[in-house]
Write a protein that binds this ligand. Structure first.
Ligand code: C5P
Length: 226
């Protein structure tokens, strides 16, 4: 049976979180940012001084850490074992570590289980890399959100500037490309477009335009299923 869920997948910097949060607010759905969950694990790994090569310890940590996410006044907040890690999980060290951490099968198993539990609680918008393919294959609307790599790098650069960092645009673009390559080539739930996903290239589009398109896709799909 189809699930009342919107799955938004796509490469890094495609604007998934911004758009997914707004779609959720508009429809009154709960927003689940799965990238934030992997980031929370990576942040705990770094804080605990665990080597990125120590797969057993990382797997153990992923199984016992308590992650909570909530959206308050349009802002996503993330907790790991009761501590607010919202800001910390966006720092460059976590961003550099998260892709290796997310490739560990035991980490993915733990996170996919948690994501499915959260999604079973009601109507949801979930964004990530493997939502339409693996986490929620029965989601009634699936979107594969992308944009040109130059535009994605430009958006990331802008975001980081606003947070007070001094990023180099070329380095950012290389990092995005490397993260996409690793996410697409990994064995377990790689980044690929689900067969029944709608491809949305947002290059040159305004955020609200993208949000409206997704809400319309959802309404068409759900009325066809209800
Ligand atoms: O979406 P965001 O850039 O915050 O995700 C951080 C990283 O987490 C991604 O680069 C990817 O390696 C990993 N990720 C994943 N599967 C998801 C969501 C994120 O592997 N569903």
């Amino acid at each position: 049976m189809k699930q009342n869920a919107i799955a938004i997948d796509g490469p890094a910097g495609a604007g998934k979180s911004t758009v997914a949060g707004k779609v959720a607010d508009l429809l009154g759905f709960v927003y689940i940012d799965t990238g934030a969950m992997y980031r929370a694990i990576a942040s705990k790994v770094l804080d605990g001084g665990i080597a990125l090569t120590d797969l057993n310890q990382i797997a153990e940590l992923a199984r016992r850490v308590r992650i909570r996410i909530s959206r308050e006044q349009g802002e996503l907040r993330v907790w790991a074992d009761g501590a607010d890690v919202t800001e910390k999980i966006r720092n460059p060290e976590v961003t550099a570590a998260v892709t290796s951490v997310s490739q560990i099968p035991a980490v993915r198993e733990a996170m996919i289980g948690l994501q499915r539990e959260l999604a079973a609680e009601g109507s949801v918008v979930v964004d990530g890399r493997d939502i339409g393919t693996v986490v929620l294959p029965e989601a009634c609307a699936k979107i594969f959100l992308t944009a040109s790599v130059t535009e994605r790098a430009q958006r990331r650069w802008q975001e980081m500037k606003e947070k007070g960092y001094e990023p180099d645009l070329n380095v950012l673009q290389q990092e995005l490309e490397e993260r996409d390559r690793q996410d697409s080539e990994r064995e377990m739930s790689p980044l690929i477009q689900a067969k029944d996903a709608v491809l949305l290239d947002t290059t040159g589009m305004m955020i609200n335009e993208v949000v409206d398109r997704i809400v319309n896709i959802y309404r068409n799909q759900w009325s066809g299923n209800a």
